[in-house]
Design a protein around this ligand. Structure first.
Ligand SMILES: [Zn+2]
Length: 87
């Protein structure tokens, strides 16, 4: 039976976030949580990953439209097909 890993909760964040592009200060309460599919980068140690779902909290700068990611969390697949013992 596959182990279910805890998802990492999003951290508390400050009420405002400065745009890295134009320095406009935005209210983080306007942030939207989006779901994206992501594939982590594989390494020699971790050479196979299941598809992981990530929730990303994004905020769009009101001044210049630049999207900044404030936080994210990854939810692992319930049934990962991770082959730890290849020949
Ligand atoms: Zn901006």
């Amino acid at each position: 039976m596959a182990k279910r890993k805890k998802s990492v909760p999003m951290a508390d964040r400050p009420g405002t976030s400065e745009c890295p592009k134009c320095r406009h200060v935005n209210k983080t309460e306007d942030a939207r949580t989006l779901q994206i599919e992501m594939r982590p980068v594989l390494t020699k140690q971790v050479f196979a990953f299941p598809d992981a779902l990530a929730e990303v909290s994004c905020l769009r700068c009101a001044a210049c439209g630049y999207w900044m990611c404030l936080d994210y969390r990854i939810e692992l697949d319930d049934n990962p097909e991770m082959d730890l013992n290849p020949d």
